[in-house]
Design a protein around this ligand. Structure first.
Ligand SMILES: Cc1cc2nc3c(=O)[nH]c(=O)nc-3n(C[C@H](O)[C@H](O)[C@H](O)COP(=O)(O)OP(=O)(O)OC[C@H]3O[C@@H](n4cnc5c(N)ncnc54)[C@H](O)[C@@H]3O)c2cc1C
Length: 865
């Protein structure tokens, strides 16, 4: 074994082998994989080997499509077969709600270039005759589904990597990881120590243990999982013979079941409700190629449904039940990327569908390691998406919930209950007493809306407008006409200070930094000129002679942004101590008051003049509010006159009580996050992770006025200048939709009556141009399934064509309009004509119209008064 390597990949399951292959393919050949036993000694060897492209997150779906495409390539390079069976598969809906879900998935698939099709139960039965089709109301066909040989596939990756120069060391456990001052990792193994620049945790079932070697508790848990194999079945053989085809894969939502042909019989697996974690605290090192004891009682309820829905299977004898463990993160998607707070320590774990996702994970991670950027929008599987609140027990509760709902529908207004409440603000009990319906915002309980007094604060989950519709409308109207108060603790808050703070922020942000006492809004770009952040920044008065900036951003992106900030801090030399970053998290909480009476209300609580001239729009001031030391921003996301008031948690109750008492004479109401989001819609304000994501450029995102190309050389400036010079291909726009009783949720296709006209690109970007390499190490661009070609391809209906996609929307209660935001080709973005656009909501195309000016207060006069 060599003693130095550029990168050491720990773990020889399908994921480790894929990462190794992709690193080798990207041109790194001084790399090694260290495996404690033989390859596939974790969950990879006993997998059912199924693969599919569909995923709730369109970006993860795209990487799954890439994985499936990759198998041919690794077969060719390695000479090892993956035993690919591309059978196609169906998802079966047994209720109208599940059919709505399929319609939604089908519509989303349109702009991802997926060829899904909605079909009848009888059509599904023709491809899988073992079902009783009378149990179902409809189905969706996906041609890119199938199964493969898990062991062969893992070995194909490994052989291909070896051919490209990578080394694989077997029967050698990594026992310790330490880091030198210069950043070099000591990978201590049973056979000696390897010095490495980079370490990748692909430990699968032992990913937690490897994380603990570097002081990190990764939010990952293994669950027991069972599937059964039947004896050979004459019906299967007969079907194969008469059609010349294999039976397709079937997914049954109700039974949380998947089933497909395996040899001459059937394989049927379940995600049972009474699920069971495996080795919940630590994984034994001596676990290897053994299976767990099957527990048929646990899966009996699912089997009962399965046998009813697929009576053909019930008659068959069961040959074997496989029970094996595999790992999940809280939301069922992988944990990939650099771990915040460490240098050159990477993760590719919690991959619960290694044969659907392993290739995409390997590609994204290798891009990230080699080029400093994954090259795609990988937020859905970024290891930074969970905070410190995702502890061992929290993870346990959430993973069990996720497993037991693996194929369940999640309604757009549905909040899941496990592990809640976790974090609460001091106002939590008060909000409950006010009849708040609470939601989870990055582990924090946050009021969503307030149920009418005397009614139960309970959400009716639905794809359609629900029981929150009227109360939210009342919250919005009262706030717009009088004044409202809401909690805003669920924003990210940072302080950047020190003599180098301003230069540091100027280098990272696209806008000029504010003068003392002022606020700016500013996007942040990566080197490719893509949007990776959107912040509110205020310059506070100096402390000890040093500059101090307060920053507010997206709560869920706190670790993602900290990782970026840390990466760009001055590292050595005299400037190293010039910038300090503090992330407040819940040590700073907030309240926002908004509406025409909000100034009168606030004036009663402060001892300084806050008249229009004394405390202008976009001013920042430290002042006592109701006797509590606070920071106050004259800005609100409602787009109205309003304020954000920030305080230490110890003062939050005091300030809230003062606001409530002072607000009585003005008819103050409480409003929740949903009302806030409704009000931002009628102002055409974007949201982070919906409208603004790393797949969009700043001009595409219509953030033009915050991009100051002339100010100084900031990260992404060159690319942004190019985008401006060439003109953005896409534009973010706002629509008014002629909706019925359901509003858009996000990801719906936008149709335009374009006739024969070509309005330029209609592609949804997914990747953004990180260089990639072919198997010979030659750089290739734009030819990869995971790259930008995630297109709205050829979806035409007469004169109508899908030209874009919705990012978010809902009902704008004050202007009484259903609204949507989304992206369309730039050439169409200012066209407000009626009859030009339609947006597909739950499978029905609804007339829509671009609305360039916000329908509420288009001149911005109200927020400036
Ligand atoms: C019953 C069952 C059915 C499944 N069905 C499917 C399916 O149909 N489709 C699908 O896509 N997925 C399926 N899966 C899931 C699939 O198996 C996993 O997604 C995949 O195996 C994860 O691979 P991995 O490489 O991350 O982890 P693992 O396979 O667990 O590999 C981790 C490797 O790391 C090694 N290792 C750990 N620690 C160290 C150390 N300190 N030093 C050196 N080596 C170390 C281990 O020995 C092991 O070989 C199934 C799983 C089970 C259990």
């Amino acid at each position: 074994m060599k003693s130095h390597a550029k990168a050491v990949v720990i773990g020889g399951g399908v994921v480790g082998c894929s990462v190794l292959y992709h690193l080798a393919k990207a041109g790194w050949n001084d790399i090694m994989l260290i495996e404690r036993s033989e390859l596939t000694s974790g969950s990879s060897w006993h997998a059912a080997g199924g693969f599919h492209t569909l995923n709730g997150d369109p970006n993860v779906a795209k990487l799954q499509a890439y994985t499936v495409q990759l198998y041919k390539e690794i077969e060719e390079i390695s000479g090892q077969s993956c035993s690919l069976h591309l059978t196609g598969g169906v998802m079966m809906a047994d209720t109208p709600e599940r059919m709505d879900f399929l319609r939604l998935a089908h519509a989303k698939g349109r702009y991802l270039g997926m060829d899904t099709e909605l079909i009848t139960p009888s059509e599904a039965k023709a491809m899988f005759p073992l079902m009783d089709e009378t149990n179902f109301v409809g189905a969706m066909w996906d041609p890119v589904e199938g199964h493969l040989d898990p062991s062969g596939t893992t070995h194909a990756y490994a052989k291909a990597a070896r051919k490209l120069g990578a080394e694989i060391v077997l029967r050698n456990r990594v026992v310790e990881l330490t880091q030198e001052v210069d950043g070099t990792w000591n990978v201590v193994t049973e056979q000696g120590t390897v010095k490495a620049e980079h370490v990748v945790n692909c430990g699968g079932l032992w990913a937690r243990e490897i994380g603990r070697m570097v002081g990190v508790e990764l939010p990952v848990l293994a669950m027991e999982h069972m599937y059964l194999l039947t004896e050979p079945m004459p019906e299967v053989e007969e079907f194969n013979k008469s059609t010349g085809r294999e039976m397709i894969g079937v997914l049954d939502f109700k039974g949380e079941i998947y089933t497909r042909q395996e040899r001459n019989g059937i394989l049927l697996g379940t995600y049972e409700k009474a699920c069971k974690p495996w080795s919940p605290v630590s994984t034994p090192w001596d676990f290897g190629h053994e299976l767990l004891q099957p527990d048929i009682d646990r899966i009996a309820p699912s089997l009962e449904i399965g046998f009813k829905h697929f009576p053909g299977i019930e008659k068959a004898g069961i040959k074997q039940i496989i029970n094996g463990p595999f790992t999940f993160a809280l939301d069922g998607n992988p944990l990939v990327g650099p771990v915040q707070g460490l240098t050159n320590f990477w993760c590719a774990c919690a991959v619960m569908a290694g044969f659907s996702q392993g290739g995409g994970v390997g590609l994204a991670l290798s891009n990230w390691m080699v080029h400093g950027d994954p090259g795609f929008d990988v937020w859905g599987m970024d290891v930074a998406r969970f905070g410190e609140w995702a502890t061992l027990r929290y993870t346990n509760a959430k993973v069990r919930e996720n497993y037991s709902r693996r194929f369940s529908i999640r309604f757009p207004n549905e909040e899941l209950p496990a592990a809640r409440p976790a974090q609460t603000t001091p106002l939590y009990d008060t909000m409950l007493a006010n009849n708040a319906v609470m939601g989870d915002s990055w582990g924090l309980e946050t009021p969503l809306w307030f149920a009418p007094k005397g009614s139960e604060p309970k959400e009716v989950v639905s794809f359609h407008r629900s029981n929150d519709f009227r109360p939210i409308g009342e919250e919005v109207r009262a706030t717009r006409e009088r004044v409202g108060v809401t909690e805003i603790a669920n924003f990210a808050k940072y302080e950047v200070s020190g003599p180098g703070a301003e230069d540091f922020l100027n280098r990272l942000m696209t806008n000029r930094m504010p003068k003392t006492g002022r606020i700016v809004l500013t996007p942040m770009l990566n080197e490719f000129g893509r949007l990776i952040g959107d912040f509110t920044i205020a310059k506070a008065g100096p402390r000890g002679g040093e500059d101090r900036f307060m920053i507010w951003g997206s709560s869920a992106a706190q670790k993602y942004h900290m990782r970026w900030f840390e990466k760009h801090l001055p590292k050595d030399g005299p400037r190293a101590s010039e910038v300090r970053i503090h992330r407040f998290d819940q040590t700073l909480v907030g309240l926002s008051i908004a509406g025409p009476k909000s100034r009168d209300l606030l004036q009663k609580l402060v001892d300084v003049d806050i008249s229009t001239k004394a405390f202008r729009f976009m001013d920042f001031r430290e002042m006592a509010v109701g006797g509590a030391p606070c920071m106050v921003n004259r800005i609100t996301y409602t787009g109205d006159l309003g304020y954000e008031i920030w305080m230490a948690p110890a003062y939050q109750r005091l300030v809230y009580k003062a606001i409530k008492e002072a607000g009585e004479e003005f008819g103050l109401v409480d409003f929740g996050m949903r009302a806030l989001l409704s009000m931002r819609l009628e102002k055409n304000f974007p949201t982070w992770f919906r409208e603004l994501r790393p797949i969009y450029g700043p001009f595409e995102g219509s953030m033009d006025r915050f991009i100051k190309l002339e100010k100084n050389d900031f990260i992404g400036r060159e690319a942004a200048a190019k985008e401006q010079a060439e003109g953005p291909k896409l534009r973010r726009v706002s629509f008014i939709v002629d909706a019925a009783d359901a509003d858009v949720m996000g990801d719906e296709p936008i149709w335009a009556k374009v006739g024969g006209k070509d309005y330029g690109t209609v592609e949804k970007p997914h990747g953004y141009g990180a260089p990639r390499f072919d198997a010979g190490g030659k750089e290739v661009r734009g030819s990869n399934a995971a790259e930008g070609a995630s297109a709205v391809r050829g979806i035409v209906d007469g004169d109508w064509r899908v030209v874009g996609w919705v990012t978010s929307g809902g009902y704008a209660h004050y202007v009484e309009k259903s609204m949507a935001q989304g992206y369309v080709p730039a050439a169409l973005a200012e066209n407000e004509s009626a009859g030009l656009f339609e947006i597909e909501i739950l499978g029905h195309r609804r007339p829509a119209r671009i609305n360039v000016e916000p329908p509420f207060d288009p001149s911005g006069e109200k927020m400036r008064t």
